[in-house]
Design a protein around this ligand. Sequence first.
Ligand code: PGA
Length: 260
Amino acid sequence: MRTLFVAGNWKMNPTTLEAAVKLAEEVKAGVGQAVNVRVAICPPSLYLYRMDEVLAGSPIGLGAQNMNAKPEGAFTGELSGPMLVDAGCTHVILGHSERRHGHGETDDLVNGKLIAALESRLLPIVCVGETRLERESDMTEDVVGRQLEHSLAGLTPEQMGGVVLAYEPVWAIGTGLTASPTQAQAVHAFIRRHLAAKFGEATASRVVVQYGGSVKPDNAAELLACPDIDGALVGGASLKAADFLGIFHAGQSVVAQGKA
Ligand code: PGA
């Protein structure tokens, strides 16, 4: 049984701590003590210590958007797993397409970060997804399969059970274009088959696979109702508490209708 998991990736927003605190407080109030849908927010790292204080007493997880694979040392501008844990983080996003494409992150690099995150006992959210050109060239499964193969290399089935995946078609991120539930479900089912072949059926059935790419309150329910879509990684719509909570509520209604 997998619990739906909705995470907000704030990216490089908002630009003041005051606005970040306000947004986190609104999300905290809206989620209350609900645990039938898991929630996490991933603010800019500069705000993490303060966010941990704001979220005290709430079931909402706190995530970073990236980390370095090394625990400490001479790595200018970087943050390590132990630092994120000290700041109160429970989660970390790894291999987001904006890091893969904008910062040259490779699958091997993501794999190193993943191992380091697990060593720090952070719950990683590993992102995969194809570009528009790759989809149009019918290469979606090749690309996602390769990303999974290399990003998840060396993990035991037990470790894999503690990893969240996010399928985020690059063409749908921040564009207002969303994969249709049919398109998204097809890739999610492919991801689960890939996990089953590599880690076994039992592990594959436990892994939470979020969908990301222009998820909004008005398209969330039909995406979250798909059998292999176990949550959402939300960018733009996570910056307005009402929109993010709308997606959370869509998840709750899908659970109320019988989805685990
Ligand atoms: P978006 O971003 O919801 O703004 O498309 C999703 C993401 O990048 O995780």
